[in-house]
Design a protein around this ligand. Structure first.
Ligand code: ZN
Length: 364
């Protein structure tokens, strides 16, 4: 598994770099083809081609969902080479989520070696644009999920104990632009309408949209505005990260944002954006699936935990369609999107084994 992991990590695959993603896609296609999978590339103009692999077998397929793209540019390997030290493997994209792909390969391999055939149909979908919003892959992922009995997401596990993610927030962003009226701050102080002051007032209103208990957070992470200190600012903008725990809070929050009115009537507000990834809610279907995973993990000798997290994944899309989705089945490790990104090597086999057992045991 470590050798396979090394091969995948050393094929760097930043989002948006089509040649690099297609190279990794071909390598993975070969690996899955060797295991008897039927390869379909969903061709893309600018994104990498998304890879679908179908394994035939009885029943509705289980969909294993992951992504090939990473947040690391080509050349990162030079400063962050693949290495194994003190039981951990390091490298760009290793935790998020190349180790998860390795686990899927070995789970399928183990099932085949045991029975000669898969105990049921399995579809593996590896997209190339997850880290940049999954725009081109989302419809394909959703169509595959609708045909599946359950979705197993190969994203990293949560925390040092490798908890599965049974709830994820819905994620999106709003862009607010304020148009004011420029004026000389000394000669015509009363004349202008400051877009900076207007934005400052709006942000205090927006702050109140957040409701931690309800699982709604808003963060105006970036603001811009004005041109010079002696000019009443004519324009300002804010980028606001927004997250919700409940599907029904998407329209609620949208209404709040769209109710913003300028304090200074001479200013104009322009709002765009919204929640683009729905939340993964801990529905009955999700809980049933988690309890099954927990029982199977117990048979393998460990106590599986669950966690709710703020970040989104493609599992959010499939869960919002009502398909039972279990996320965080990938590697146990640390440092997603960070320099110390690493996975615990000893966890790879048993997480792979859990995946294989889930494929066998999920009904339908
Ligand atoms: Zn990821």
């Amino acid at each position: 598994m470590v050798t396979c992991l090394r091969e995948l990590v050393e094929l760097e695959s930043p989002s948006g770099n089509k040649p690099a993603l297609d190279r990794l896609g071909r390598q993975l296609a070969t690996a899955f083809e060797t295991l008897g999978g039927r390869i379909t590339f969903h061709k893309q103009e600018s994104a990498g081609d998304h890879l679908q692999v179908d394994f035939s077998g009885p029943g509705k397929p289980v969909l294993m969902l992951g992504h090939m793209d990473t947040v690391w540019d080509i050349g990162t390997l030079a400063a962050m080479p693949f290495r194994v030290a003190k039981g951990r493997a390091y490298g760009p994209g290793i935790f998020d989520m190349k180790a998860g792909i390795v686990q899927a390969i070995y789970a399928i391999r183990a099932l085949r070696e045991q029975d000669g055939n898969l105990p049921r149909a399995v579809t593996v979908m590896l997209v190339t644009d997850e880290e940049v919003g999954s725009n081109s892959s989302r419809p394909i992922t959703e169509a595959l999920a609708k045909k599946s009995a359950a979705v197993l997401v190969l994203e990293p596990a949560s925390g040092p104990k490798g908890a599965l993610k049974t709830a994820r927030k819905g994620v999106g962003g709003y862009h607010l632009r304020v148009e004011g009226q420029e004026a000389h701050s000394g000669l015509d102080p009363g004349k202008g309408a400051s877009a900076v002051l207007e934005l400052a007032r709006q942000l205090l209103v927006i702050e109140k949209f957040g409701d931690r208990k309800r699982g709604i957070t808003v963060n105006p992470g970036i603001i811009h505005g004005g041109t010079r200190s002696n000019v009443v600012a004519g324009e300002s903008t804010a980028e606001i990260d927004a997250r919700v725990s409940k599907l029904k809070d998407i329209p609620y929050l949208g209404k709040k944002f769209h109710s913003l009115k300028p304090f200074d009537k001479r200013c104009k507000l322009e709002l765009s954006g919204g929640i683009s990834r729905p939340p993964l809610e801990r529905t009955k279907g999700v809980v049933t699936l988690f309890e099954l995973a927990q029982r199977l993990a117990r048979e393998l000798g460990w106590e599986l935990e669950e966690a709710a997290v703020g970040g989104g994944s493609d599992g959010n899309f499939t869960a919002a369609l009502g398909i039972p989705t279990l996320d965080g089945l990938g590697a146990v490790g640390d440092g997603a999107h960070a320099r110390n990104e690493s996975v615990v090597v000893a966890e790879l086999p048993r997480r792979g084994a859990l995946l294989a057992r889930l494929v066998e045991a999920i009904p339908g």
